[in-house]
Ligand binder design. Structure first.
Ligand code: 26R
Length: 821
């Protein structure tokens, strides 16, 4: 029965007002005059959610009828950012909602600011998943995002005495109006125990897994609406709960305490997101989490298929599943288990289905992020899966043997099992063997994948490898983040079509020299800088001047991303400004944002050093009007939305070969920042797109990095050969930034001088020269503005809509299914 009630689906101002008042009363149980900020936010959110539901149910029904192939995105992380603003924009009712609010005496801005963002991801990989969900719905591709409903997402970062302090993220404390719990959609997930053979009714040998622990996953669904379309996809996140029978068993024997323990043990599984950038060591809970969400998701896909289509031999025609890195790689073994053990298929047909179902994206080449799990742990926790993995490996290595006779070294390299002191399961190998396609996330990254970590696989199956360069959502990162720029772009383009075809911004090129347009452009940037300055003053008390050059580095803190290279430049400027009264480059504000993994001591020390330098520089009247350094606490999607629009300069300075793609680089450029960057990740393609003359390039190439490492890189030689660099490092060692403590930053400086694994010193001189050029260009405001306009005009390729189109055409073979409102 279609819903027609205008207070539930109407998009007029009157309908929105009525719906808001209704929801405040009937859902929050409040009169307007006693409603808290959260009551008001909840009522607004429910008002919007109602409008998503009709579209969502319609989409689900139509997808089912159409029989179209559905893409399932399997990801341990989704870094979504606030929902309300995004949904208002995608529904096309932002202005109507603002007016409706005004007439009710409510400020939409305040309502929006009340939302706690769901921080269910660490950084790049999780945010990419969120951009992809947005683009899938916008591109009208039937899709389900599967993941974990963490009770605590990425920690909130506070800065105390210059150090990062982690605070727990309590995003659910006021309720989550966007999700719909589905208590009837649950699946059992088994752990521990043992397996045993038995004969089924047909007399065939089958395997049964007798678990030691069974946990239940409960679906929590969030609709993801596309922009300007009626398509809404499903984000289905699993929450762990104890099974009733388990409770009952313990209760019945009177062991109340044991029952409660079991309940806690079960519910711990979806409690907290693991911070990345920690070595992927054998953390039992993490493996439990991975299997938990993978098992629920695969069971759900099989259930859906059986309920709608029927025979399992067509499973891979109806579903394709993308593995977002190796975190969900167990899905390969889990689908095999379900087909073999639960549906009685023979190995070959089961493998055929499995292998046609999965595709795998790799997101990093850093060795410490390559997941491997100790066999001992695997065997204890997931005994049946290990048996299946052994069998996959046995058959796979037989195939390898046929191809490369007696090449035992190669067989050892390719094996799913790493031999050694402790034998381990290599998750990337499981993902690669189980997938029909493997892709990297930028051209350079894919090339390196083929020649380094996946070299043997590439030799074996060259056709399975693809590149799909990342992209980001122009809705989230222009329309939501930068209203003023969006308005200007719409006025130039004559309509809002650029929001779903970002290459339409090419039209800006004809205005790149236009004086009047330059003024509009600068006004938009200045307003964003002003907004950031006001927010920062209110939040932290720190004052920054919007007239200065805003130089921003915002991303996870990691040595390979080289926030410390940026710092060396700042300390150098500080010295020169103090010593040389003639040296007066254009005033700059250096802004940093980013979280360090809680156990990554060096990253935490880098944060401390940023704050320590900030304290000295900002407190020194001699340099005060010239440079200022600010660490913006708690970088996340919400604070990112303030930073990207305000940046003049975007720092993308990783050591060449280390950053798989980067996506912040795209977000900044979309907002008119110019990039200072190395030839790494997607920087290379961004530079090609915007034009080398509109990009500040410096640093070693990846090939040069390899050469220098092979020749025996000695950072101390660089220190001794560059007096300015030497004084900078000596200054840090002098205790100037540590109230006289000469040892505080030694771990950092000593590492630079002795090892410098990310070649900060090798790139230092080139970086400083490039920054000097930037000072020059920034003073020529017409030139800078022109470059900024051209960056935006030519950034269209880096929309996640394009990335999704490429995945859809090259890998998933999925077709758009338009939904009518
Ligand atoms: C296993 C483990 C400890 C772990 C390490 C690292 C888990 C997760 C990560 C995060 C990695 C995989 C990540 O976020 N990679 C980033 O993916 C982005 C999206 O493709 C890229 O833009 C970015 O360059 C890359 O670092």
């Amino acid at each position: 029965q279609p819903v027609t009630d205008p207070t539930r689906i109407g998009l007029t101002k009157e309908a929105l007002k009525q719906a808001f008042v209704d929801n405040l009363f009937y859902i929050q149980g409040r009169f307007r005059d006693v409603a808290t900020a959260n009551d008001i936010y909840m009522a607004a959110a429910f008002t919007v959610r109602d409008r998503l539901l009709a579209r969502w149910l319609k989409s689900a029904q139509h997808f089912k009828e159409s029989g179209a192939r559905t893409l399932c995105y399997l990801s341990a992380e989704y870094l979504l950012g606030p929902h309300l603003i995004n949904n208002l924009i995608n529904l096309g009712i932002l202005e109507t909602a603002r007016e409706a609010g005004e007439e009710l005496g409510l400020d939409l801005g305040e309502i929006l600011a009340t939302e706690e963002e769901p921080g269910l991801g660490n950084g790049g990989l999780g945010r990419l998943a969120a951009c992809f969900m947005d683009s899938l719905a916008t591109g009208q591709i039937p899709a389900i995002g599967y993941g974990i409903r963490y009770e605590f997402g990425i920690f909130d970062q506070a800065i105390e005495n210059g150090w990062q302090v982690e605070k727990s993220d309590t995003w659910l404390k006021n309720g989550n109006p966007w999700e719909i719990p589905r208590p009837k959609i649950t699946f059992p997930v088994r752990y521990f125990g043992h397996t045993e053979p038995y004969q089924d009714e047909q007399g065939r040998l089958r395997i049964r897994w007798i678990p030691g622990l069974v946990v239940e996953g409960v679906a929590h669904d969030t609709p993801i609406l596309g922009y300007g379309v009626a398509n809404a996809n499903l984000l289905r996140l699993w929450k762990a709960q104890a099974t009733e029978s388990f409770d009952f068993q313990a209760f019945s024997t009177g062991d109340y305490y044991r029952a409660v323990q079991a309940k806690i043990e079960a519910e711990t599984i979806s409690k907290v997101l693991y911070p990345n950038d920690e070595p992927a060591v054998g953390k039992e809970l993490r493996l439990k989490q991975q299997y938990f969400f993978v098992s629920c998701s695969i069971q759900d896909m099989v259930r859906l298929h059986l309920a709608t289509v029927g025979p399992l031999d067509t499973f891979a025609d109806k579903f394709v599943a993308q593995l977002n890195d190796t975190h969900p790689a167990l899905a390969v073994a889990e689908l095999m288990r379900i087909l073999l053990d639960e549906h009685g298929l023979a190995w070959e047909p089961a493998w055929d289905i499995t292998h046609r179902t999965f595709a795998f994206t790799n997101h990093t080449l850093l060795p410490e992020a390559l997941e491997t799990w100790p066999i001992e742990l695997f065997e204890r926790l997931l005994p049946r899966l290990l048996e299946i993995i052994y069998e996959i490996n046995r058959r796979f290595l037989d195939e390898v043997r046929v191809r490369y006779l007696a090449d035992e070294a190669r067989i050892a390299r390719l094996s799913l099992i790493a031999e050694g002191e402790t034998r381990r399961v290599r998750m990337a190998h499981l993902a690669a063997v189980g997938s029909f396609a493997i892709n990297g996330v930028a051209a350079l990254h894919t090339d390196l994948l083929k020649t380094t970590v996946m070299r043997d696989f590439h030799e074996l199956w060259p056709d399975r490898f693809h590149n799909v360069t990342n992209g980001v959502s122009p809705r989230r990162f222009i329309v939501v983040s930068n209203r003023r720029l969006a308005r200007l772009l719409t006025s130039v383009c004559g309509n809002e079509d650029w929001m779903r075809d970002l290459t339409a911004l090419r039209r800006l090129e004809s205005l790149a020299e236009d004086q009047g347009f330059h003024e509009d452009w600068r006004r938009v940037k200045l307003a964003a800088k002003d907004q950031l300055a006001r927010w920062l003053a209110a939040k932290t008390g720190v004052r920054i001047d919007p007239q200065t050059l805003f130089d921003v580095q915002a991303k996870r803190i990691h040595e390979y991303k080289r926030q410390h290279l940026n710092l060396l430049h700042i300390v150098g400027l500080y010295q020169r400004i103090k010593q040389d009264a003639q040296f007066r480059p254009p005033p700059r504000t250096f802004l940093f944002g980013g979280k360090a993994a809680p156990s990554y001591a060096m990253a935490k020390l880098i944060i401390k050093l940023i704050n320590a330098v900030a304290e000295v520089v900002n407190g020194d009247p001699q340099v005060n009007g010239h440079i200022r350094v600010v660490f913006v606490p708690d970088f996340n999607v919400t604070t990112g939305q303030l930073l990207y629009p305000a940046a003049d300069l975007s720092e993308q300075i990783s050591l060449a070969g280390k950053e798989a793609s980067g996506t912040g680089n795209m977000k900044f450029a979309m907002n008119g920042a110019l990039t200072i960057g190395t030839l790494d990740g997607a920087n290379i393609e961004i530079r090609d797109a915007v034009g080398p003359e509109n990009f500040f390039l410096f640093g070693l190439t990846e090939a040069e990095v390899r050469q220098r490492q092979a020749d025996g890189y000695r950072p101390s030689d660089i220190y001794h050969g560059d007096p300015e660099l030497a004084t900078i490092i000596d200054l840090i060692d002098s205790g100037l930034f540590a109230h006289g403590d000469k040892t505080l930053f030694r771990p950092l400086t000593e590492n630079l001088l002795r090892h410098d694994p990310f070649m900060v010193l090798a790139d230092f001189r080139a970086y400083v020269s490039c920054q000097t050029l930037i000072d020059e260009v920034f003073q020529d405001s017409a030139r800078w503005t022109r470059m900024s306009i051209l960056n935006v005009a030519r950034i269209g390729h880096f929309s996640s809509d394009r990335a999704i189109r490429e995945y859809g055409e090259r890998i998933w073979k999925v077709e758009p299914v338009p939904i009518q409102v």
